[in-house]
Ligand binder design. Structure first.
Ligand code: NAD
Length: 265
């Protein structure tokens, strides 16, 4: 299938590793040029040089180290995109997750920080990106959130609440911009073996006195597909949603979870 993305431009946030990196890798493999951000400049540069190896010929990569919860980050990223490429076709919203905790453990400062990180980062990036996405004629907005919007995860009240706000934003926005040929969708990863997951599961395995491999196998057994996901599983969906062929899919929340979520809708 030709994804129709060659020569187009994507902005992928939080892309130095994990799901952002995998999304960038899938898009650059389709011939897109990229603007990437993450908080640490050195790690971001390493990611960019890795991605250049996977890039189709002609694809170019620009980077800007910034924190997407900073109110100025979105305008800096879109300014760079406009100046460097003069266009934007695909916006992939991604960021680190809010901290864990049940309702009783998180205070106002946690709510405020997580609101900026999870919801306002998307609001500002979309606002700044919309003029370029309208001009694209094939604009795509994809936000990486989580299955917790379908099935809340215990002890993650910030994520469950604020990612659900992204769902409300996505659905509303999708209706407003559909006439301009822009689609807006959310990707809902289940358990995906990124570096962060490796760290968390490694620490958990050590606490329980089992090996990392045993812990991963155990996690996979609880998933109908029989395995945890790979970042490339998520990247593949991001690339499809970005494609010309996905132009009639909008306002949706699509799981990449090997069948983990039990809900029917
Ligand atoms: P990760 O820790 O492996 O990678 C996170 C990336 O985001 C890094 O590049 C980091 O530099 C960057 N980053 C973090 N906060 C940032 C910020 N404020 N501004 C700019 N860059 C920032 O994480 P991951 O596993 O790839 O997860 C990505 C997102 O997907 C997170 O929100 C996570 O909660 C969510 N998610 C992950 C899984 C999973 O199983 N991996 C499942 C559901 C949801």
């Amino acid at each position: 299938m030709d994804f129709g993305l060659a020569g187009r431009v994507a902005l992928v946030t939080a892309a130095s590793r994990g799901l952002g990196f995998a999304s960038a890798e899938a898009l650059v493999g389709e011939g897109m040029s990229l603007v990437l951000c993450a908080r640490e400049a050195q790690r971001l540069e390493l990611a960019a040089s890795e991605l250049k190896k996977a890039a189709a010929s002609g694809a170019q990569i620009e980077t800007l180290a910034c924190d997407v919860s900073d109110p100025n980050a979105a305008s800096r990223l879109i300014t760079l995109t406009r100046e460097r490429f003069g266009r934007l076709d695909v916006l992939v919203n991604n960021a680190g997750g809010p901290p864990p905790g049940g309702f009783g453990r998180v205070g106002d400062a946690d709510w405020d920080r997580s609101f900026q990180l999870t919801l306002m980062s998307v609001v500002r990036l979309v606002r700044e990106a919309l003029p370029l996405l309208r001009a694209s004629g094939q604009g795509r907005i994809v936000s990486i959130i989580g299955t917790s919007v379908k099935q809340p995860i215990d002890d993650l009240v910030l994520s469950n609440s604020l990612r659900s706000a992204v769902v409300g934003l996505t659905k509303t926005l999708s209706r407003e911009v559909a006439g301009a040929g822009i689609t807006v969708n959310n990707v809902l990863p289940g358990i995906i073996l990124t570096d962060r997951q490796r760290e968390l599961r490694g620490a958990d395995a050590a606490r329980r006195g089992i090996s990392f491999e045993q812990a991963i196998e155990e996690a996979g057994r609880g998933i109908p597909a029989g395995r945890v996901g790979t970042p490339a599983d998520v990247g593949a969906l991001v690339a499809f949603l970005a494609s010309a062929g996905a132009g009639y899919i909008t306002g949706t929340n699509i799981q990449v979870d090997g069948g983990l979520v039990l809900g029917m809708l």
